[in-house]
Design a protein around this ligand. Sequence first.
Ligand code: FES
Ligand code: FES
Length: 172
Amino acid sequence: MSHREITVTVNGAVRTATVEPRRTLADFLRQDLGLTATHLGCEHGVCGACTVLLDGDTVRSCLALAVHADGHEVTTVEGIAEPGEMHPVQSALWESGAFQCGFCTPGFVMTIYGLEQDARAGRPCPRSRTEIREELSGNICRCSGYQAIVDGAEAALTAATATATTTTEGAR
Ligand code: FES
Ligand code: FES
């Protein structure tokens, strides 16, 4: 099979690689770039463990192809905070005890991170627990830790919304 050279900005760094057209974005991230925090559960688009951001939108990297990311920006859970530090979404989940085995955690973090970025930017984001549960329904936790995950998401989104409100009011 022919190969294609792709250039993708991953977590702010420009990465170039030669890949088969059928290579998934998940395998490109994990195997070619060594970014193994993106987990693979079902590899069928069901569990959400492989969620990353592509140009700011959440995507299932097991269903996307690496060539689709050519010329675009990808953010993985390794890229949302400085090494050794936690992003506010990660802190909120930590403080809520929102994990058991942790396998699903990177996918949940990236889904909530995408929502949190919307909240910070003043864009619509889920506010009620019902809406949060709906937004998180594409992520599966096999340890069934949903209550604490929703707690953490609610805390992170409430804080981000408050930040957006403060910023907006400060600009008036
Ligand atoms: S591994 Fe991609 S959705 Fe399950
Ligand atoms: S914490 Fe184990 S799968 Fe979610």
